[in-house]
Design a protein around this ligand. Structure first.
Ligand code: FUB
Length: 382
């Protein structure tokens, strides 16, 4: 599973660089038409790109080559790393401008004894047919453990085509999980992630714009149409709610987890490089709360820090540059004394946005608490 430098260079040459180049091209030219190239021209471009970026990128581990997986939420349970990803597959639903092609129907859980070691696919953990209230599209899940129980949190559209967040329970971290017969009351939108604080409280962060429908809600009420704050007004923010003791309901109304700029002002709608889009995740490091997320239209994974789980969080910088494919979604976990970034890209499917695969690489906190920026395709400066 580990990509050696040589294998990695071959991988870059063979599978990835044409797509990397074209995605750079798309990102860089913003609306210009992509030119057609002969295969010789493409191969020359690949060689010079390898020279330009350096042949050996970060040490990246791939979760599995057997299934398409995305949106990885990683946790350490009982000394092992468990990964709870979306299970991408080709359902045949075309892109409809609303994320319809992300038409996932089930979840598998994966575990490993070491990063880079053998990965176990524990098989079907939950299927949409077993969720009585679900309509379609099982998106990015997360899981947590409380006492002897494991909880899988998953966004799925209900029969009215509105995203809600469901919960399923198991005695085993790999499932199978038994779903509740209702979504979490007061839940909406997508991308739940549950953070266990050091005082034993659990908080859910959630929300995603565009196909994730956050922009269709106002103060916990579904308004059914897209509404965005004015360009210079505070942007849509991720939501946060304390979990009740039963772990299947909120103890409070979800609130905004406010993200501030360096002047203490909320990040605005026009600030595409920094405003929240989806994939909120919280980890705690040296007593600080790190809220990381994918950014609007720009698809960086960035982070902001705060002094408590509700924020406000002050924007700090980029963790992960955009990856091949349209989405960027990650998690951060400490394991065996190191920190790891889990993410996905579309290299395994040759760039198809809805067919992604989960990867992981080491994440570094600098001595001042900032996080070292990662480009998954470029060797970091030593
Ligand atoms: O996997 C479907 C959606 O794509 C997720 O919910 C988003 O975070 C994005 O990765």
């Amino acid at each position: 599973m580990k990509n050696t430098a040589k294998a990695r260079k071959n991988y870059l040459n063979r599978d990835f660089l044409p797509y990397f180049l074209s995605s750079l091209f798309v990102l860089g030219t913003m609306g210009c038409k992509q030119q057609k190239h002969s295969s010789t021209e493409v191969s020359n471009e690949i060689d010079s790109a390898v020279d330009a970026i350096g042949a050996v990128p970060n040490t990246i581990y791939t979760l599995t080559s057997k299934l398409y997986t995305a949106d990885p939420s990683a946790h350490v349970f009982n000394g092992k790393v468990y990964v709870y990803p979306s299970h991408d597959f080709e359902s045949g639903v075309p892109e409809d401008g609303n994320g319809g092609q992300f038409n996932m129907q089930d979840y598998h859980v994966f575990s490993m004894d070491s990063i880079g070691g053998e990965v176990t696919d524990h098989g079907l953990a939950l299927h949409i047919d077993d969720v009585s209230w679900a309509g379609r599209q099982m998106w990015a899940p997360d899981a947590t453990k409380k006492d002897d129980d494991y909880y899988l949190y998953f966004p799925v559209k209900d029969k009215e085509d509105v995203f809600r967040i469901g919960v399923a329970k198991s005695k085993n971290p790999s499932g199978p999980f038994e779903p509740m017969d209702q979504p979490i009351e007061g839940s909406y939108s997508v991308d739940p992630s549950v953070f266990e604080d050091t005082d034993g409280k659990y908080y859910m962060y959630f929300g995603g714009i565009w196909g994730g429908q956050l922009q269709k809600w106002n103060n916990g009420r579904y308004i059914g149409e897209d509404t965005y704050p004015a360009a210079n007004a505070p942007a849509h923010m991720p939501k946060v709610a304390l979990m009740a003791d039963d772990m299947v309901s909120f103890a409070e109304e979800p609130k905004d987890a406010i993200i501030l700029d360096e002047n203490g002002e909320p990040i605005t709608t026009a600030d595409n490089d920094r405003r929240f889009f989806e994939a909120a995740w919280v980890h705690k490091y040296n007593g600080k709360y790190y809220l990381s997320y994918s950014t609007g239209d720009t698809h960086n994974i960035v982070y902001a820090t705060g002094d408590n789980p509700y924020g406000p969080f002050t924007y700090q910088g980029i963790i992960l540059d955009p990856v091949l494919g349209w989405t960027n979604h990650h998690s951060i976990v400490e394991y065996q004394g190191k920190w790891w970034l889990f993410f996905h890209d579309s290299s395994m499917s040759g760039g198809k946005t809805h067919l992604r695969s989960v990867k992981m690489t080491e994440l570094t906190h600098n001595p001042d608490g900032t996080i070292k920026r990662i480009n998954a395709y470029v060797e970091p400066n030593q």
